[in-house]
Design a protein around this ligand. Structure first.
Ligand code: NDP
Length: 452
């Protein structure tokens, strides 16, 4: 029966989720194909998490160099960035990672097709002018930046282009109030670009704890980002020296670059899904059930293209669950609760569990512990940064249901807190844990006084 198909599994898209599913299926002896039209490793490796974090590192040096003076260092000449060195070194590193992905797929025994695949029927995939049959097709095509249409929108760039700019502009406007907008505003500002962040709503990072969003806004402002809330762009016109940007507030700005970070949409256009019974949500994301099955029995989908949680580690988990469902004992289940996440803005934000507002809605009585302090680095180094930490506790069970942090190393610290929350840690467990001194993280186990 198996042999009547060319492949057991045909994966479309070699991003984090697709590659993991392909490798795991191949390791179980399945005949697997992967098709990728753009770059191995998908958004995360090529135009997302990885190069973004390299840029974040690059953007932090001026502040560190400044702080070093308080520790006795003198830097004889003012630091100067060579953008092209940064960009090209980043690209070389990404190409190294592309090679690793290539080898991972190769070593797994899966066939890799370098080309755009389209679905030609419930069991058919066409790529590079050939059509292959597959018992199961996995759509893991990810997402693509969404830019609204308005007069002059053709002059703006998305996060994709930010990784390959010919030159760094002197002035930039970043539009949006989510992950990508705040991260890039921090990067540009740190690299020395005069940066405005424009957001249509009243507060940045609205999917996070409100107090933490405010702390990020204050921290970014202190570092020099000009943040305009409740503001939208009406029109952009291009002239010899750059872009003129008209705002709905009646004022206008000049900028060398405008970046729209206004969300990402599922990559489903032109995929041939109309040849199947696959059903999509109104935003184009593919509808799937708990096992990532679409309405077409032979077709599955996971990762950003299903738009549940657009995070790399989530796509990887989804892939593990899918492979267990298809080729294992089917017991693995995905748990979307308590997913730790971090925004690599400056100051950094990390969170796991419920924000205070969600906890108030869900539990009858909650206790909130907040600590706000100056990082030790700044005692000699100067600098405006602060660290804010917050624990949200369900009073009845004493369980810590939310853990939030704004400040240096938030991502690293919150990852560990994620294990504690997953294990159901209570506030008493936190209190009974010995701190590591001197560290910022110890504050999480020494919060004795309720804030509210
Ligand atoms: P987000 O959904 O996080 O944010 C989109 C922002 O754009 C929101 O503030 C939204 O405003 C605003 N927006 C949407 N449409 C418009 C419009 N027409 N005009 C003006 N503003 C608009 O998306 P991102 O693009 O920042 O990131 C996409 C996803 O990628 C994230 O949700 C995250 O899952 C993932 N990601 C994760 C990272 C990490 O783990 N560190 C880093 C980067 C991305 P409003 O809220 O008012 O709708």
């Amino acid at each position: 029966m198996t042999d009547s198909f060319d492949y057991d599994l045909f994966v479309i898209g070699a991003g984090s989720g697709g590659v993991r599913a392909a490798r795991m299926a191949a390791s179980k002896g399945k005949r697997v194909a992967v098709a990728e039209e753009r770059f191995l490793g998908g958004t995360c490796v090529n135009v997302g998490c990885v190069p973004k974090k390299l840029f974040v590192y690059a953007s932090q040096f001026p502040e560190l160099l400044h702080a070093s003076a308080g520790f006795g260092w003198s830097i004889s000449s003012p630091p100067k960035l060579d953008w092209r060195t940064l960009r090209d070194n980043k690209t070389a590193e990404i190409e190294r990672l592309n090679g690793i992905y290539n080898r991972l797929i190769d070593n797994s025994g899966a066939d890799l097709f370098d080309g755009r695949a389209t679905i030609a029927g419930p069991h058919l995939v066409s790529v590079n002018n050939q059509t292959y049959s597959a018992r199961t097709i996995l759509v893991a095509t990810g997402g693509w930046p969404y830019i609204p249409e308005f007069p002059g929108s053709e002059h703006v760039v998305s996060s994709n282009e930010m990784f390959f700019l010919e030159d760094l502009p002197k002035t930039a406007i970043v539009v949006g109030g989510g992950y990508i907008a705040v991260e890039f505003a921090g990067i540009l500002n740190g690299l020395g670009v005069d940066t405005h962040l424009i957001y249509r709503g009243p507060a940045l990072l609205k999917s996070f704890d409100r107090e933490m969003g405010v702390k990020v806004t204050e921290g970014m402002t202190a570092k020099g980002v000009n943040i305009l809330l409740n503001t939208e762009i009406n029109e952009i016109t291009q002239h010899d020296n750059g872009l003129s940007v008209d705002l709905n507030t009646g004022s206008s700005l000049e900028a060398g670059l405008v970046l729209y970070a206004t969300g990402r949409r599922a990559n489903t256009q032109g995929l041939g899904l109309e040849t199947t019974n696959v059903v999509m949500h109104s935003n184009g994301a593919i509808q799937v059930d708990d096992n990532f099955a679409t309405a077409e029995p032979s077709i599955y989908a996971l990762g950003d293209v299903i738009d549940r949680v657009q995070l790399t580690p989530v796509a990887i988990q989804e892939a593990m669950v899918l492979v267990d469902h298809l080729y294992g004992n089917g017991l693995a289940k995905i748990d979307y609760s308590d997913i730790p996440t971090a925004v690599f803005c400056q100051p950094e934000l990390g969170a796991v569990g419920l924000c205070e507002e969600q906890a108030r809605a869900e539990y009858t009585e909650i206790d909130v512990y907040v600590s706000d302090f100056k990082p030790m680095l700044h005692s000699l180094g100067g600098g405006s940064d602060r660290i804010t930490m917050k624990l949200v506790v369900d009073r009845l069970s004493d369980r810590v249901v939310g853990c939030h942090m704004v400040g240096e190393h938030a991502a690293e610290i919150i990852q560990g807190m994620g294990i504690a929350l997953k294990a159901g840690a209570t506030k008493a467990h936190f209190d009974a844990t010995v701190g590591i001194h001197p560290s910022a993280a110890e504050e999480f186990v020494t919060m004795r006084e309720k804030t509210r």
